[in-house]
Design a protein around this ligand. Structure first.
Ligand code: IPD
Ligand code: CA
Ligand code: CA
Length: 259
């Protein structure tokens, strides 16, 4: 764990340098941006992590065409929150999640701009800047501060877009409020440390959530898909909460309709 954290902190230096520099921006989709730093930070992490964990398959956002399952996998998001990174909004992070036999065993989320380091090892609790953290105690949905995100697929105005709007219509009046920070890995960590009382989002990829899921679970929270069943990487919707408001939150989600 210490060596893994060392690799992430080292990659964080390049991340920080990029945040404050001019960037070459290209588009992966209509509004899905990528910079030279996404690629360079991922390359750096892949090199150092593959030497630490030679038996693991490394699945990085910028170098994997699609999500694959592996017995032993490392999911890397070199910059979660690229739109924030490009606009110099300081909510962006490196996310590294290690999964074995479809379960998370270690996770690190590091925001080099705010100097926030979250990490967890299965069975050993969740840490934030070297102190143990736990989820909030709010039970009432009306007093719960939620976070969410908007999928890039919104531009197609299809089922994800409808689900986002319908769910917002249901939940906004019955919660304290809903935040959209722009980095799913950080949203999950902020559920882990009690900043947010819950989080939900549609169409996230394994590298967005692989680390944050373990943080939430190790901090005493709950993760499921929209039906309340166990969340599996690749499921269309993730719901993370302090566990006490989970069922009320599930009840407010719209049905995830046909395409
Ligand atoms: C995105 C962020 C954002 C979420 C998007 C993700 P990226 O990741 O986590 O908060 O709403 O769905 O794709 O593209 O910045 O790595
Ligand atoms: Ca991401
Ligand atoms: Ca990314």
């Amino acid at each position: 764990m210490e060596k893994l954290i060392g690799s992430v902190l080292e990659a964080g230096e390049l991340f920080r340098e990029g945040f404050h520099s001019a960037k070459e921006i290209s588009h992966k989709g209509t509004v899905d941006l990528v910079t030279q730093y996404d690629v360079a930070v991922e390359d750096l992490l892949k090199k150092s992590i593959s030497s630490l964990l030679p038996e693991h398959t490394i699945i990085g956002e910028e170098s994997s065409d699609e999500f694959r399952r592996a017995q032993k996998a490392v999911y890397i998001d070199p910059i979660d929150g690229t739109t924030n990174f490009v606009h110099k909004i300081p909510f962006c992070a490196i996310s590294v999640g290690i999964w074995e036999e479809d379960k998370p065993v270690a996770g690190i989320v590091y925001n080099p701009i705010l100097n926030e380091l979250f990490y967890a090892k299965r069975g050993e609790g969740a840490m934030f800047n070297d102190r143990p953290v736990s989820v909030s105690n709010v039970t009432d949905l009306q007093q719960s501060l939620l976070a969410t995100g908007f999928p890039y697929t919104k531009v197609e105005r299809g089922r994800d877009f409808k689900w986002v709007l319908e769910t917002m219509r249901n939940l906004l009046p019955v919660t304290q409020d809903i935040r959209r920070l722009g980095a799913a890995a950080i949203d999950l960590c902020y559920v882990a440390n009690g900043t947010f009382d819950a989080f939900y989002e549609c169409n996230l990829k394994p590298w967005d959530v692989a680390a944050g899921i373990l943080l939430v679970e190790e901090a005493g929270g709950k993760i499921s898909n929209h039906t309340g069943a166990e969340y599996r990487l690749g499921d269309p919707i993730i719901v993370a909460s302090n566990g006490k408001n989970h069922d009320k939150l599930l009840a407010g989600l719209a049905a995830y309709g046909e395409e």
